[in-house]
Design a protein around this ligand. Structure first.
Ligand code: NAD
Length: 328
């Protein structure tokens, strides 16, 4: 079994090499992201392994089928970068539905705490022996209202963390969990009442730009936005405008609308062309991390384990419990 592994980073290799050892899977690690131009690298492989910013659109799927690639193993949970409808009946696709919801939820809280207690600024100051506290006034999370959008695995882990801080938690989900103790409200009410809003729903046609110019108008002027889900949930130009006009309190962004050519790469010393991202980063109340929320040892090990199990199950039985199908 030969597997082409796209968009490889140095932290991907060790867990995959460990888990695939003695499993008769030869992995060829490519640095390149998968797209139409790099798809020929997959020629001669049984399957490919891809991540969040690889492009698996119609043109790439056609190329993969031409090369007789039999499966696409996503080493992530989200699959908005795959044209699932077009893969149907042509090539199998599987994902890792859960590897550590805690990793992502804990990162969301880490960003929130950093943002409201200015620890990122304090760290830099004390490194320079500057012990002044000016400009570092934060606020208590105790008693504040957290609005959680999407109460799946990560959203629920984040709710538990917020409750640990004695915050009031309200939530919105298109498919609320029945008979749960979650305090569901409408999306409008959540926007209106929340001091903190954290996005944990998937990117779909419906959730694309769910935070845009008009929904921003509904928020408290002090609201802090956290997005660890997918960048396009938030219309970034509208977010930047709202920040400039002091219409919201701040934003913690682990994902960004146009991240695919930027995140995971080192652009220090380069001129970044994306003016919206560059301007957002200059804002004192915006914190950006580079799609890092999932990046813990536990999560990387679980990702490798489930991905390899998915592949072995598909090889053995022609089926995989984590196979994705288009619902439309
Ligand atoms: P999940 O499938 O367990 O939960 C998603 C929840 O969103 C479900 O409860 C679903 O009912 C709800 N939902 C669906 N459509 C909705 C809508 N229109 N409005 C409101 N809610 C809606 O997924 P999860 O494991 O909790 O992951 C959530 C998202 O986090 C993923 O889709 C992925 O994009 C993102 N993610 C990011 C990272 C990272 O490193 N930043 C890592 C893993 C996952």
């Amino acid at each position: 079994m030969n597997l082409a592994f796209f968009d490889t980073k140095n932290y991907d290799k060790p867990p995959f090499e460990r888990v695939s050892k003695d499993k008769n899977i030869n992995i060829k690690f490519f640095d390149s992201k998968l797209n139409y131009d790099t798809a020929p690298l997959a020629c001669g492989f049984d399957g490919i392994c891809v991540f969040v910013n690889d492009t698996i659109d119609k043109s790439v799927i056609e190329r993969l089928c031409e090369y007789k690639v039999r499966f696409i193993a996503l080493r992530c949970s989200g699959y908005n970068n795959v044209d699932l409808k077009y893969t149907e009946g042509k090539i199998a696709v599987f994902n890792v539905p859960s590897y550590s919801p805690y990793a992502v939820a804990e990162h969301a809280m880490a960003m929130l705490l950093t943002s409201v207690r200015r620890t990122h600024k304090a760290y830099l100051r004390t490194k320079d022996f500057n012990f002044s506290l000016n400009g570092l006034v934060g606020f208590d999370l105790y008693g504040k209202t957290a609005g959680v959008i999407g109460t799946g695995k990560i959203g629920r882990a984040f709710i538990d963390i917020c409750k640990g801080f004695s915050m009031n938690v309200i939530a919105y989900d298109k498919y609320p969990i029945e008979n749960s103790d979650i305090d569901y409200v409408s999306l409008d009410e959540l926007y209106k009442r929340s001091d903190i809003i954290s996005f944990h729903c998937p990117l779909t046609e419906e959730t694309y730009h769910m935070l845009d110019k008009s929904s921003i108008e509904k928020l408290k002027r002090t609201a802090i936005i956290i997005n660890t889900s997918r960048g396009p949930l938030i219309e970034s130009k509208a977010l930047l405008k709202a920040i400039k006009e002091r219409k919201i309190g701040g934003a913690c962004l682990d994902v960004y609308e146009e991240e695919s050519d930027i995140f995971f790469e080192d652009y220090s010393g380069h001129i970044v062309e994306d003016d919206t991202l560059a301007r957002l980063i200059t804002m004192p109340n915006v914190l950006v991390t580079s799609h890092q929320a999932y990046l813990t040892t536990e999560a990387l090990n679980n990702i490798a384990k489930t991905t390899i199990e998915n592949i072995l199950s598909f090889e053995k039985t022609g089926k995989c419990p984590n196979e994705l199908h288009c619902l439309k």
